[in-house]
Design a protein around this ligand. Structure first.
Ligand code: R5P
Length: 296
């Protein structure tokens, strides 16, 4: 069995290979002058089980295509079983038709990974876990809460409340709160019908004089997190920590978060992040998930 690292791994390929005690191979890749991707598997994979690692952060389409090219090539070259490890699964938020006629992008992506020849899939904190049914093989969603809990336990915070930014994300807050022995709640959004102004507040619990952790799967523009943090601080929270799996931090997201008064931003190493972000390593959880897959 080998671990093949593709073009967007953020170091997780090497970490996973080290933890599993497997040979690590880096794919050969280049981009032609016209922008097309080239992939070459530099070792023989005939009869081998291959764990192929590719996160699909920006530029998403390039990284997605390179993943598909690699899986297809591995299949052609006689690999036995292929486990696709996709720490950040792009397109996960387009998981249904919000407007008539839309593509269900994550379905297309998961079907493509499967039909190129991946037997199994490991992802980290996918936006909605039910989408994994679109991958018709074994699939595991690694829960980042276990890594975040270790980080926050080490801080020894008292009187913690974990908040989800919306009702749909409540299970995320619930799991992290359970691991930390704290309470949890979600933020309810209110839109003023006259002014159009959006405000948020915890559904039932108070944040006054408490350590608040707001947990989400993704921080993209940072607007959701910044709004929630501002509100918690206005309501008397002692400190607000922003925790997530995938800190995409698009545009001026980091500035927005810092200006909102957030004490720390904590994220997994599924995507590259600036030095201001505290990073938790999800390689051990990915390794466990690979072991959990068992016989393919
Ligand atoms: C959406 O449903 C996700 O769970 C995140 O809440 C969202 O992607 C955050 O986006 P932004 O940082 O742009 O507010």
């Amino acid at each position: 069995m080998i671990v093949l690292g593709l073009t967007a791994t953020n170091g997780l390929d090497e970490e996973v290979a080290r933890l599993l005690g497997l040979e690590h191979v880096r794919v050969e890749s280049k981009v032609f002058p016209d922008g097309e991707s080239y992939i070459r598997i530099p070792v023989s994979v005939e009869g081998e089980d291959v764990i192929v690692v590719q996160s699909t952060y920006a530029p998403q389409d390039k990284h997605v295509l390179e993943l598909l090219l690699a899986i297809d090539a591995l299949r052609d070259l006689g690999a036995r079983n292929i486990v696709a490890v996709v720490p950040y699964l792009a397109y996960a938020r387009q998981d249904r038709r919000f407007r008539e006629g839309e593509a269900i992008s994550v379905k297309t992506l998961l079907k493509a990974i499967r039909s190129m020849g991946a037997n199994a899939l490991v992802v980290v904190e996918v936006h909605k876990e039910y989408v994994l049914r679109y991958f018709e093989g074994k699939a595991v969603n690694v829960k980042v809460a276990y890594a975040l809990a270790e980080y926050f336990k080490d801080k020894g915070l008292d009187n913690v409340i974990v908040l989800a930014p919306d009702k749909g994300a409540l299970p995320r807050a619930q799991l992290l709160a359970k691991l930390l022995g704290g309470e949890y709640d979600y933020l309810e959004k209110h839109r003023d019908r006259v002014t159009g102004e959006i405000t948020v507040k915890p559904k039932t619990l108070s944040v006054k004089e408490r350590e608040v952790i707001i947990v989400d799967d993704i921080i993209s523009t940072g607007k959701t997190m910044a709004l929630a943090a501002r509100k918690a601080l206005e309501d008397g929270a002692l400190n607000v920590y922003a925790a997530c799996a995938h800190a995409l931090l698009v545009g001026n997201a980091l500035k927005l978060l810092v200006e909102s008064g957030i004490k720390e931003i904590v994220a997994a190493n599924t995507v590259p992040v600036p030095s201001e972000v505290k990073v938790v390593n999800v390689a051990p959880l990915i390794t466990e998930a690979i072991k959990q897959l068992g016989t393919l």
